[in-house]
Write a protein that binds this ligand. Structure first.
Ligand code: PLP
Length: 408
């Protein structure tokens, strides 16, 4: 039978990471692949108690449909949590979504027509790239420096795109411990990015799953907290701060931007699960999200330190090999010498029972073949050391094979 597919759907690609995750579920493989939160950070006892109470005593409400905008109790709890972070909003400016991936989908549905230009990092979050592709958005990649996007390049690309008569919509940015690079944007750059957006009349889509997972250094105010015009749309997921299985995020948008998002969400899923919304709300009100975050930060800090130590110890010292040293989040980003293709190298890595995410899929310009993302969230420090030892062996063998090939 021959099937018809929409032109939109036909252009979409499966996520290389999600495909890889299937493979790395094999217990003998040490996987630095998936960007999953550490399960030991889940407050399972507390959530079990809350869920049981909700199901026993509020079943008529939590097992029912909810309003599209989301539970008022959860949005109120989020408003109070955001206030000390310098973000003032009203309850109507918050929308609960079925985690941030849905927020990205709603963002594309609401604001972009095919061919519209969005600026994003080089590299950037693969799930956002997938959403942009599905909606036929024209993505313009901006290289990341140690302190975030190269804003000179951003300005030059804006000028070029305007000169080419394109419609520019916004800038997608993950300022803290970016996925996949682990890079954090400096305060100066956050201010300048907002100035550029103001001058060029662009929206800023600020995606912040990792900002609260800072285990070293001082936190930097969000771009949203500096926005006085309602130009920034903020996406805050609970996936890494509480549990990814709850599938919950909150999106902050002002005025008619919010109205468009609500209209996009209604035909998507009517509403996000009332049960998980109430679980998160009760957790925030009864236990406190900040208190929980204080407990889980050191877990990631220890794992990150173990990975950085193992990289120092095991990695070949060849020129061209480098990696980032994040102060929070889940990811280290490693660069191999030019000519090494991390996608090709993955075959040998799987053979040696270690896995990572090849970087190329996170580059909208088709480059980045010599990069990889290493997530330290799942393994223990001992396993991390063994995994990096195996990875270093893979890299050493690949470099030697390449040298031997060049000598032939
Ligand atoms: C930058 C970024 N945005 C969004 C998401 C989506 O997360 P979720 O749908 O679980 O909220 C992720 C997940 O890894 C991410 O890294």
């Amino acid at each position: 039978m021959k099937h018809h597919f929409s032109s939109r759907g036909a252009g979409a690609k499966r996520s290389a990471i999600r495909e890889l995750l299937k493979l790395t579920q094999r217990p003998d493989i040490i996987s630095f692949g998936g960007g999953l939160p550490a399960p030991e950070t889940f407050p399972n006892e507390e959530l079990a108690e809350i869920a049981s109470d909700l199901l026993r005593n509020q079943s008529a409400s939590v097992l029912q449909y909810g309003v599209t905008e989301g539970s008022r109790t959860l949005r109120q709890a989020m408003l109070e949590w955001l206030k000390p972070q310098g973000i003032e909003a009203t309850i109507d400016e918050l929308l609960v979504t079925t985690a941030s991936q849905q927020a990205l989908d709603l963002m594309c549905k609401s604001f972009f027509d095919p061919g519209d230009v969005v600026f994003c990092g080089l590299p950037t979050y693969l799930g956002a790239v997938q959403a942009f592709r599905l909606f036929q958005v024209d993505t313009a990649g901006i290289p990341l420096l140690d302190d975030g996007m190269d804003l000179d390049v951003l300005e030059a690309q804006i000028a070029d795109a305007r000169a080419a008569g394109k419609t520019l919509r916004g800038i997608y940015v993950i300022p803290d411990f970016q996925n996949p690079s682990g890079i954090t944007m400096s305060l100066e750059k956050r201010k300048r990015l907002l100035d550029i957006a103001r001058r060029e009349d662009l929206l800023v889509f600020e995606d912040d799953p990792y900002g609260k997972l800072r285990f070293a250094g001082d936190s930097i105010p969000s771009i949203c907290s500096m926005d006085t015009e309602g130009r920034v749309i903020l996406m805050l997921t609970f996936s890494k701060t509480l549990s990814s299985g709850l599938r919950l995020a909150v999106m902050l948008a002002r005025g008619d931007l919010m109205d468009a998002l609500v209209r996009a969400k209604q035909p998507t899923d009517l509403c996000t699960s009332k049960l998980t919304q109430m679980m998160a709300a009760r957790f925030m009100n009864e236990y406190g999200l900040d208190k929980h975050l204080e407990e889980i930060r050191p877990v990631y800090g220890a794992k990150c330190a173990a990975m950085l130590e193992a990289l120092e110890k095991h990695m070949p010292k060849d020129e061209g090999i480098s990696w980032t040293r994040p102060q929070g989040g889940l990811f280290v980003w490693a660069r191999m010498p030019e000519g090494i293709d991390t996608q090709e190298m993955l075959e040998l890595a799987i053979e040696k029972k270690v896995a990572y995410v090849p970087g190329a899929a996170a580059f909208v310009d088709g480059k980045g073949h010599n990069t990889m993302r290493l997530s330290y969230s799942l393994a223990t420090p001992e396993i991390i050391d063994e995994g990096i030892r195996r990875l270093a062996e893979v890299i050493r063998e690949t470099l030697e094979a390449k040298k031997a090939g060049a000598d032939d």
